[in-house]
Design a protein around this ligand. Structure first.
Ligand code: GTP
Ligand code: MG
Ligand code: ZN
Length: 329
């Protein structure tokens, strides 16, 4: 009896293969089976995989899937395997959470010094879209200068404990140092359209090819080389997921406590709040607000947090919104 069971599970195993999604376009997935060293083109079996609440896309680049091959190079996806990390944003049009990349070890949030200018609010939102992995905050186009005010705000992230690095895809400044942070890990590059994600990726993955054109303003305004879909690339021991830039980035629908955790400077005080489920906005006895009043928390970061907290409310169905209930009283 035991032998029969064992051989049955062997049969099951051989018909189901594990692979990682490297490109995803319209229900067609390029995947790589690390064990077998083979590439496959996959589709979802029956075109449906179970979704979580508020989830839009079942699969993102970086996801591991199980599939049943039906030819040497094609197969049908039967399941998505558990994610260890993800970068998730709110898709306004679809009113759902959209996963941009999954299973990376770290996210490099790329910002730029000029065209587009540095936007700390955007960066705070991007930080709140990172789920369960490390972050590097990158200032590209450092061949341009930041204003003093911008520089202060940028340096604040370093004080908060984030790894930050200023680079230039155009001049190559600090690229070797940046590569040191990427080596041995899988990194998703995310950020506003035009900040230079693809320029950096190309410089790192295909350094022999001349990449940066220098036509920034043209590109920024017209979006000519805009990346349309996420793509997994690798060279030596550096693995990068380049993602499409967005004009706006909104935090996904999630628990409020998850949002406040992405404001890492709050964590030192949050444990002392009077209410365990404190949202650090209106509650009496809030230790975060006390720290703010004592000048221990940057007021602009706190304002940024309140903005995001408010945006979570608008993601809920009307009858669940706190504001709506308050207005009725
Ligand atoms: N001056 C300067 N220009 C740069 C630098 N990096 C990129 N650029 C220019 O900025 C423009 C946008 O670069 P991309 O690499 O396409 O930006 P992206 O972030 O991939 O944009 P999306 O794909 O739309 O998200 C291009 O014209 C680049 O030549 C840099 O370090 N300095
Ligand atoms: Mg791009
Ligand atoms: Zn609190």
């Amino acid at each position: 009896m035991r032998e029969v069971c064992q051989s049955a599970s062997l049969v099951l195993h051989s018909s189901s293969v594990k692979a990682q999604i490297r490109k995803a376009i319209n229900n067609l997935y390029d995947a790589y089976d690390e064990e077998g060293g083979k590439h496959y083109t996959l589709r979802i079996k029956g075109k449906k995989l179970p979704l979580e609440d508020f989830e839009y896309n079942p699969l993102a680049v970086g996801d591991y899937v199980e599939f049943t091959p039906y030819s040497e190079t094609e197969g049908l996806i039967t399941a998505r395997l558990e994610r260890k990390s993800a970068f998730v944003r709110w898709n306004v049009k679809l009113e759902k959470n959209q996963t941009i990349a999954a299973n990376m070890d770290q996210v490099a949030i790329i910002t730029s010094a000029f065209e587009p200018p540095f936007r700390p609010r955007f960066l705070d939102r991007a930080l709140s879209c990172v789920q369960s992995c490390d972050v590097i905050i990158v200032m590209n186009k450092c061949d341009f200068d930041l204003t003093e005010e911008e520089f202060e705000r940028w340096a604040l992230y370093h004080k908060l404990g984030y790894r930050i690095i200023a680079v230039s895809a155009a001049t190559g400044e600090n690229i070797e140092e940046f590569k040191d942070l990427l080596r041995g890990r899988t990194t998703a590059f995310v950020g506003q359209s035009g900040v230079g994600k693809s320029s950096l990726v190309n410089l790192i993955i295909r350094p022999e090819k001349k990449q940066v054109t220098g036509e920034i303003s043209q590109k920024y305004q017209r979006g000519r080389h805009t990346t349309n879909h996420a793509l997994y690339l690798e060279r030596d021991d550096i693995r990068i997921i380049d993602t499409p830039g967005v004009r706006e980035l909104l935090v996904p629908y999630e628990d409020k406590s998850v949002l406040s955790e992405s404001f890492i400077e709050f964590s030192r005080y949050a444990g002392e709040c009077e209410y365990s489920s404190c949202t650090h906005s209106t509650e009496p006895g809030c230790a975060v607000i006390r720290a703010l009043e004592e000048g221990l928390i940057d007021p602009d970061r706190y304002t940024s947090y309140l903005g995001l907290l408010d945006s979570l409310e608008s993601r809920k169905p009307g009858y669940l919104r706190t504001k709506f209930r308050k207005n009725k009283q």
